[in-house]
Design a protein around this ligand. Structure first.
Ligand code: NAD
Length: 261
């Protein structure tokens, strides 16, 4: 029996590779993106998220087996937290009741190895409290201080997202409804998001010093797609609340062998 998957960010990069992989396996995919998708919606706004969720349920005929949330941006502005955090968490919350009706429901989001980087603890807390107005205000203050501070919008959005996954995964909405909820954290992936950065030797050097990848170096988007597809498959029955670093060894390099004490 085919499963129905909702994929955000389906028009490009990791989302597009995931949609392609699932489609090639005969699964049904409903994509959400700003343009070039089954559902064209702006996940940076509450109205866009509500509309996207309603259309997804309608197009799926009320039956959704998995949600894979890939849409994201890395600009040094507050729009980044709106898309990367609320564009994921609010959409998942809106789709959870429909998802719960599936025989094997799954949810996976795309975090980043940037979840390990320096961030704004104040912004992370505001995000986790669900206060979008305050989060955007803090994000704007960071942006006003210049690009270095503005960049903190990105790692803060991903740290909060990975923490949200861990916190929510064991609640009645997710574990209680039999829904594994996980995150995948890529290192450097060759996609539209990184094209410009990786185009110059200086850009590559900057990226590689922050994201060391001793195993197989930068990855193609399909590498992440394969992991997302497994986490969203019926085979995954007990992995939940995890952020799985598919990063060529960046996490192990940066954090070392003892992350438990
Ligand atoms: P990408 O730019 O190729 O794709 C991102 C997609 O998200 C695009 O199709 C874009 O239109 C969509 N999107 C952006 N804003 C949106 C909005 N407001 N509403 C709806 N859709 C929107 O980038 P990618 O590399 O495939 O990134 C996918 C995810 O992977 C992102 O969450 C990103 O943060 C994460 N990530 C990427 C890398 C990398 O090196 N590329 C590394 C770590 C994490």
């Amino acid at each position: 029996m085919n499963r129905t998957y909702i994929i955000t960010g389906s028009a490009s990069g990791i989302g597009a590779a995931t949609a392609e992989l699932l489609t090639s396996r005969g699964e049904r995919v409903i994509g959400i993106d700003l343009r070039g998708a089954d559902i064209e919606a702006d996940l940076s706004t509450p109205a866009g998220r509500t509309a996207a969720a309603a259309q997804a349920v309608e197009l799926a005929g009320g039956s959704i087996d998995a949600v894979i949330a890939c849409a994201g941006i890395s600009a040094p502005i507050p729009l980044t937290v709106a898309v990367n955090y609320f564009g994921v968490t609010e959409l998942l919350d809106a789709l959870a009741p429909t998802l719960a009706k599936s025989a094997a429901p799954r949810a996976v989001v795309v975090s980043s190895m940037a979840s390990l980087q320096a961030n704004s603890p104040e912004l992370v807390e505001a995000l986790l409290s669900g206060d979008e107005e305050l989060s955007l205000k803090i994000g704007q203050q960071l942006a006003d201080e210049g690009p270095r501070s503005g960049y903190l919008n990105y790692p803060s959005s991903k740290r909060a997202l990975s923490r949200w996954v861990r916190r929510e995964s064991i609640t009645p909405t997710w574990a209680g409804a039999g829904i594994p909820l996980n995150a995948v954290a890529p290192g450097t992936v060759i996609s539209a998001m990184t094209t410009q950065l990786l185009a110059t030797p200086e850009g590559r050097e900057m990226v590689d010093s922050n994201v060391p990848m001793p195993l197989n170096y930068h990855s193609e988007a399909v590498v992440l797609a394969r992991l997302l597809v497994w986490l969203a498959s019926e085979e995954n029955t007990h992995v939940t609340g995890q952020t799985i670093y598919a990063d060529g060894g960046a996490d192990a390099t940066l954090r070392g062998d003892d992350i438990w004490s």
